[in-house]
Design a protein around this ligand. Structure first.
Ligand code: ADP
Length: 272
């Protein structure tokens, strides 16, 4: 019977290893497929704004467009397309940095209340221009956390941008901050279309986009949340999503709190 037990054990281990290898191979195949689709899309999306800017610039410099109104409209085209291009290039550079392990983390002790309040203030006009209401519920006495403020800005930017992109009906974003078990939590909640349960663990993977009609209608490459997750983790934090289809999504980012009473940190302290 001992031999039999060893044999059964070996078969179970072998079977487990085979299943593991199969799942891994399948995931790699899916990633390669998503990557190929991404390259085709991104090539198109980089070339289109460049072509628009080139044509507009050519018309102006050739002297073909002279009158005030048309000149203004060509100028607007060039400006809008260059903003689009810059945003796309920044995202690609973020991904490249993450992939090559070259993200520099400039951490220092920060009051999240102040950083998030600044973010909301400077983005309020843009968010409202998209027809959204934004509310911030915070507390100025939260403990400090070690964080790179540029990373936090990218995290908040991508999460609010997604809330805007994936809320077709009720246009509201609620950001709240609170202390929970020695962590400071930031949650970004929308009342949009939500994410199906089976997709929730996949949305943080590079190039993954949920297959539904709303996602098909919005522009994106499935990179935003992969960048967010990476930046959260580089700063020692975690991210999770709670979502119900048709009701909305809440992304909860949490960073370890520095011990209370250490408010007099040397704020020039930096690692990275
Ligand atoms: P992108 O928005 O460029 O597709 P992301 O990595 O930011 O890429 O998001 C991955 C996918 O997760 C999106 O394509 C979308 O289907 C889903 N998603 C992300 N955020 C939300 C949200 N707030 N509400 C509903 N779906 C979301």
């Amino acid at each position: 019977t001992r031999n039999l037990i060893v044999l059964v054990f070996a078969v179970v281990v072998l079977f487990g290893a085979l299943v593991f290898m199969f799942i891994n191979a399948q995931r790699e195949r899916e990633l390669a497929q998503r990557q190929a689709g991404f390259l085709a899309n991104i090539t198109h999306e980089l070339k289109t704004p460049l072509a628009v800017m080139q044509a507009a610039g050519e018309n102006i410099s050739d002297g073909r467009v002279k009158d005030g109104e048309r000149l203004k409209s060509y100028g607007e085209h060039i400006y809008n397309e260059s903003v689009r291009l810059r945003k796309m290039i920044e995202k690609l550079l973020d991904v490249a940095k993450v992939d090559s392990g070259q993200s520099v983390v400039e951490q220092a002790p920060h009051q999240l209340h102040a950083l998030v309040t600044d973010f909301v203030q400077s983005n309020k006009n843009y968010i409202q221009s998209k027809g959204f209401e934004i509310n911030l519920n915070s507390d100025p006495n939260l403990p400090l956390v070690m964080i790179d403020p540029d990373h936090l800005e990218t995290i908040l930017n991508n999460l609010t941008e997604n809330a805007i992109k994936y809320s077709s009906d009720k246009k509201q974003i609620d950001i709240s901050l609170k202390e929970k078990n020695d962590f400071v939590e930031i949650s970004v909640a929308d009342q949009g279309d939500g994410i199906a349960k089976k997709s929730q663990r996949l949305i943080f993977e590079k190039f993954y986009r949920v297959e539904n009609s709303l996602t098909a209608k919005t522009k994106g490459h499935g990179l935003g949340l992969a960048i967010v997750k990476n930046m959260v983790e580089l700063n020692g934090g975690t991210i999770q999503v709670k979502s119900t289809e048709g009701k909305g999504s809440t992304f909860i980012v949490s960073f370890p709190a520095l011990i209370k009473g250490q408010d007099d940190f040397d704020t020039s302290f930096s690692t990275g």
